[in-house]
Design a binder for this molecule. Structure first.
Ligand SMILES: NC(=[NH2+])NCCC[C@H](N)C(=O)O
Length: 341
């Protein structure tokens, strides 16, 4: 059993202490735009570690960045750009995520583009084979090199991870370290609104619980995420991995990202989603990917980084309730007249 929660002496009382490990992945070869590799440094400069430490009852350890050294690209695979680089980065990341989890910490990985989901989920699976995966994203990222229109691996991580799609891939040189074992039955989507036609087929064929934006609009974020958690794990016991792409947020909330799509989650919805997952006590790993500080102007960059920080803080237990002046947020709904009295 993984003891993520230990007890810490806190103001004379014993309180649960959540241990967290931060991993940066300055990797951008899973897509074509410059800049997403700067995100770990930009998030740290924006106060990532300090802000997490302020949450209280959180023991934060920074494991630093994965060493992304360009290895010679001796092999190439059709319609799959930079596979050897993607593979090498993810191999190292997988080992690091497993180490953080074995240290009894929640693994918080800051990308990088979404191709790094291969490493985070692979590493998590090594430690918790019963894990469930919530992919929060505008895109389904379940293309293979045969179905992808872009040839960018950040649109393929889910298809690389799940065992049910293993036969749809050709032999992938350099990827021998990664044997797809995770079952698509343990996957759910939130936030979808830009899904390619073959991706749609895969989601339908395997009946993946998917809450696209229109479903969230209809049911609300609370019911949507509770439903997914229940469908994937009726016993409510399994470790949870959230792979959060910043482009799940509406492009107005998080403009500095490579493949923005309008009509997405509000920041408030994303925070609620993370608060609900935090409240299960079963969040073991969270990825935050696709923040590209090189895109947009200063205000875009600031807004996007802030949104990323808010999402992570919510995932790790920060709640406005705890910090607001006492009573204000606990007021029952009442008229202005009653409040003024
Ligand atoms: N993680 C992302 N931003 N993925 C975007 C993927 C876009 C498109 N579906 C593709 O396969 O190229």
């Amino acid at each position: 059993m993984n003891s993520i929660r230990v007890f810490a002496r806190n103001m004379g009382k014993w309180k649960p202490l959540q241990r967290v490990g931060i991993i940066g992945v300055p990797f951008e070869k899973g897509q074509k735009k410059y800049g997403v590799s700067v995100a770990p440094a930009a998030m740290r400069a924006a106060g990532l570690i300090e802000q997490l430490e302020e949450i209280g009852d959180l023991d934060v350890k920074d494991y630093g960045d994965i060493d992304i050294r360009s290895c010679p690209e001796t092999v190439s695979v059709d319609n799959m750009a930079h596979l050897p680089l993607v593979s090498e980065c993810n191999r190292k990341l997988s080992n690091k995520v497993a180490q953080v989890l074995q240290d009894g910490r929640v693994a918080v990985t800051i990308g990088g583009d979404h191709s790094i989901g291969v490493g985070t989920v692979d590493g998590h699976y090594k430690v918790n084979e019963d894990m469930i995966l919530i992919w929060v994203d505008a895109h389904a990222d379940i293309n293979t090199n045969k179905t992808s229109e872009s040839g960018s691996v950040h649109g393929m991580p889910v298809a690389l991870l799940v065992k049910e799609l293993a036969d749809y891939w050709p032999y992938l040189p350099t990827m021998d370290w990664q044997v797809p074992k995770f079952s698509i039955k343990n996957l759910g989507y939130v936030g979808l609104r830009s899904v390619d036609s073959y991706e749609r087929l895969a989601i339908k064929k395997y009946e993946v619980p998917a809450f696209a934006m229109e479903d969230i609009e209809q049911h609300g974020i609370h019911k949507s995420i509770h439903h997914i958690l229940k469908v994937l794990d009726p016993g409510m016991k399994k470790p949870i991995h959230v792979s959060f792409d910043i482009d799940s947020l509406d492009a107005l909330e998080a403009p500095s990202t490579g493949t923005p799509v309008r009509g997405g989650l509000t920041l408030r919805e994303a925070i609620s989603l993370m608060e609900i997952i935090h409240s299960t006590g079963r969040l073991r790993a969270v990825d935050l990917v696709e923040i590209n500080p090189a895109l947009g102007n200063d205000s875009d960059r600031k807004r996007t980084l802030e949104a990323g920080l808010c999402v992570l803080k919510a995932a790790l237990g920060f709640s406005r309730r705890g910090t607001a002046p006492r009573g204000v947020l606990d007021l029952p709904v009442q008229s202005h007249h009653e409040v003024d009295d």
